[in-house]
Design a protein around this ligand. Sequence first.
Ligand SMILES: C[S@@+](CC[C@H](N)C(=O)[O-])C[C@H]1O[C@@H](n2cnc3c(N)ncnc32)[C@H](O)[C@@H]1O
Ligand code: SF4
Length: 344
Amino acid sequence: MEDRFGHRISYLRVSITDRCNERCTYCMPQELQEWLPRHDILTFEETIRLIRIASDLGVTKIRLTGGEPLTRRDVIKLFRQLPGLTNLRDIGLSTNGTLLTREVEPGPPDGRTRPAASLTMAQAVRACGFNSVNISLDTLDREEYARVTGRDLLPDAIAGIDAAIAAGFPQIKINCVLIRGRNQENLNQLIDFAAERSLLLRFIELMPVSTTEVLSETNFLPVAEARRAIEAKFGALIPQPEFKTNGPASYYQIPGRNQRIGFIGAMTNLHFCESCNKLRLTCDGKLRPCLGSYLEFDIMKPLRDGASDDELRQFFLDVVERKPEQHDFRTTYQPGRKMVAIGG
Ligand SMILES: C[S@@+](CC[C@H](N)C(=O)[O-])C[C@H]1O[C@@H](n2cnc3c(N)ncnc32)[C@H](O)[C@@H]1O
Ligand code: SF4
C-alpha cells in the first residue's frame, strides 16, 4: 500500500482496549473514566480478520497497544492467533509493563513441548511469537512515577521490565515521555538503568493527543533541550543515522559506552512524517491514517454488516489514499479522542 505522498504502509498499530490500570496525565483526561461498552470493541475474531486483511495488503509489522493491552481479558488467546497470519514478520507489544509478571495459564500442548506449570505474562507473550516489547517508563522516582501515572506502580513496572528480559525478547525498548518539571532532572538515571539492562531507551516529546492542556510552555520539553541536558553529563552524543528501528526515532551513541539512545521529536522535527509507514486501528474499529489528524474511518460498520474480504481490502486502500502528508499537531489539530482509545 502506498499513499499519495509516497509513504509505503507496512506497519499497523492495533489498539485492543481503551482500558488501562494507570492514568497518565498526558494520555487520559483525568475526569473521563468511562470505558467503551464491550459491544463497541472489536472482538478477537474481528481484530484477527482485519489484521489478516492488512497483512494480505503488505503489512509486515504490527504492534498491539491500547490503553493497556494486557488488561484485556484472555488477551493471550488473541495473541496466539497472530503468528499464523501470512506476511507478518514483526509482532510487537506496547505496555506499561506493570502486568508482565502476572501468572498466565499455559496454552494447550503443541505436541512438541510439555507445557510448563504456568508462565509469566511476559513468557506467554514471547511464546506467541512476539519479538519486540516497548515498555513505558518516564521516571525512576517512585513518587514522580505515581504523580505522572496516577498509580504507585513503579516497582511493578520495573519487575515487568525484568520479566521481559527473562522471557528473552530480542528487542526491548523503554519509552520515556519528556515532561518539563517532572522528569527532566532524572533522564541520566534512566540512561544508566537502560545501560545496566542493555535496553534501548527513547525519549519522546509530548503530543497534544488527548487534551491540548497537556502541552504547555510549562511542561513541554523539546528533544533538543533534553539532549543538551544529557550531553552536559555524558559529553557530545554521537549521531547514528544508519541505525533504524522501523520508526521515527533518531539514534545517538553515548560517548565511551556501547549504548544507544533515541529521540522522537514528534513536535519539533519538521521531517518527522516523511518516513511514516503506519496506519492505526482503534479498539472500536476505526482506521486512522495518522495519529495527529482528526481523520478516522469506521471499518467496524462494514465488517459487522457482512462486507467481503475484497470490500474490506478496498476500505484499507481508500483510507491509505486519504493519509495526510503530515500530522496537524503543530497547526489545526483538536483532540477529539483520548490517546488511550487511539492506541499510541
Ligand atoms: C497510549 S500508550 C499504550 C500502551 C501502554 N499502555 C503504554 O503505556 O505503553 C503508548 C505510548 O504512548 C505514549 N503517550 C501517551 N500519551 C502521549 C502523549 N500525549 N504524548 C506523547 N506520548 C504519549 C505513552 O507514553 C506510551 O509510551
Ligand atoms: S500511557 Fe499507557 S499506561 Fe499511561 S494511561 Fe495511557 S495507556 Fe495507560
